[in-house]
Design a protein around this ligand. Sequence first.
Ligand SMILES: Cc1cc2nc3c(=O)[nH]c(=O)nc-3n(C[C@H](O)[C@H](O)[C@H](O)COP(=O)(O)OP(=O)(O)OC[C@H]3O[C@@H](n4cnc5c(N)ncnc54)[C@H](O)[C@@H]3O)c2cc1C
Ligand SMILES: NC(=O)c1ccc[n+]([C@@H]2O[C@H](COP(=O)([O-])OP(=O)(O)OC[C@H]3O[C@@H](n4cnc5c(N)ncnc54)[C@H](O)[C@@H]3O)[C@@H](O)[C@H]2O)c1
Length: 462
Amino acid sequence: MRKIDAIIIGSGQGGMPLAKKLAKAGWQTAIIEKRLIGGTCINDGCTPTKSMISCAAAAYTIANSKEWGITVDSYRINLEKITDRKDKVVSKFRDGATKGLEETEGLSIIYGEAAFSGPETVTVRLHNNDETEEILTAKHIFINAGTSPKIPPIPGLDKVSYLTNTTLLDIKKLPSHLVIIGGSYIALEFGQMFRRLGSQVTLLEASAQLLKREDEDVAAAVRKVMETAGITVHTNANIHKVEQTGDTVRLSVASGGQTMAITGSHLLVATGRTPQTKALQPEKAGIALDEKGYIIVNDRLETSVTGIYAIGDIKGGPAFTHISYNDHFIVYKNLVEKGNASIKDRPVPYCMFTDPQLGRVGMTEKAAREAGFKVKVACLNYENVARAIETGHTEGFMKAVVDADTDKILGAAILGAEGGEVMSVVQMAISGGFTATQMHEMVFAHPLYAESLNNLFTTLKK
Ligand SMILES: Cc1cc2nc3c(=O)[nH]c(=O)nc-3n(C[C@H](O)[C@H](O)[C@H](O)COP(=O)(O)OP(=O)(O)OC[C@H]3O[C@@H](n4cnc5c(N)ncnc54)[C@H](O)[C@@H]3O)c2cc1C
Ligand SMILES: NC(=O)c1ccc[n+]([C@@H]2O[C@H](COP(=O)([O-])OP(=O)(O)OC[C@H]3O[C@@H](n4cnc5c(N)ncnc54)[C@H](O)[C@@H]3O)[C@@H](O)[C@H]2O)c1
């Protein structure tokens, strides 16, 4: 048994920087990874999808180039080149991350699957030829084991060759018809990407709207974007059965009072994520889980067992790279710098990388009203944004939710070109305590998308 100071299970977006920092602070540290350094974000999430989305955006621009006065007679999608490019970007990120860990003194990387064998002990089934085990013990253990695709219990689904966000990244042939179960971030990003590459796309969402956590007007505008692009959307979709018939997948779906058969060449399941806690055997350490298997933590990311912490998606809550990354600051500050950091009241910005993007921060209008705020809502269509008119990207709208009593900004949804960047400006305004009036009077450079925040907040004066 090897005794060290800290064990980190999983090399996700929180685990990697934490491992390096603890080692640099003089803690003997080991990071255990059962699959690929960099976790979901680098290998199956943000990096590969955003790389491929940029190719789809290029295809869209070429296909619509007439609008900008350029005639392109013909073009062809080369999926192999698109996936090669994506693989190169992923390798660059993963290799950089691996090198960073390898070059850190006092840090060892162990490739294998970790499971608890006691509150301070972890057994690793090593990924070597003879599958030997290594036992490690430490007073501090950090779980950054992430999530994997959740597969719903739809009759017949286990008998068809469905795809997940991981396997869809490496298909060799463009789907003629991609059917997607789900209507949230993964479904929408992949759906629009494949539509732009030339596939027919159908989205089947169980809830009454796409993006069920967003305001109705935002979700409706996103639906319009998808439908305008030629994507078929069924909400309130209840999938009764899935069957494989030769090369096609056939789904029996009830939606809008009728039952229909939908046949696709490919089926993507994008119905959320499930925590990778089972293999960890958390019960052997006495770590408490919630009913969905996520690790329960307090605002300092401490689990029910002293000395064991959970960071990133494995603790439930907002599942984003920047949240996992920020988690590492919380535990590091508290443990090494003896601070009092907490995740309470931390901003949770996010951006969905459809075109137009949906940048979101703070409260939705619905959440603000439910919380009892007297709400004012500012809205500005991208059709009235100077920069959008100049670039020809007029789809979408900006929306801000403002506390009518204090004039403080409670939240924003920016569905439009560079919506994520514009949202970040609003995020900084919220963090700095700026009021809607101050934003209306702020000097922004012309002609930026962000400049239109002046006009957005002016709409409150009318
Ligand atoms: C398709 C897709 C697109 C996304 N796009 C975005 C985006 O644009 N922006 C954004 O902010 N977020 C995005 N996300 C979410 C983001 O990827 C995650 O929130 C982020 O990766 C945080 O993950 P993590 O650090 O919690 O763990 P992960 O990155 O999931 O890492 C966990 C690691 O632990 C390892 N592991 C698990 N169990 C064990 C064990 N028992 N022993 C050893 N190792 C183990 C796993 O192999 C994995 O490498 C996307 C997700 C998906 C699926
Ligand atoms: N740009 C980004 O930041 C980004 C992009 C992709 C993913 N992510 C992260 O990845 C996580 C997972 O994304 P996701 O889109 O898979 O999950 P999600 O949890 O956001 O949404 C899953 C969707 O599937 C629907 N669904 C569930 N079961 C269904 C069924 N049987 N039939 C039809 N619909 C069903 C749900 O109603 C829901 O709308 C998200 O929580 C997000 O944090 C982020």
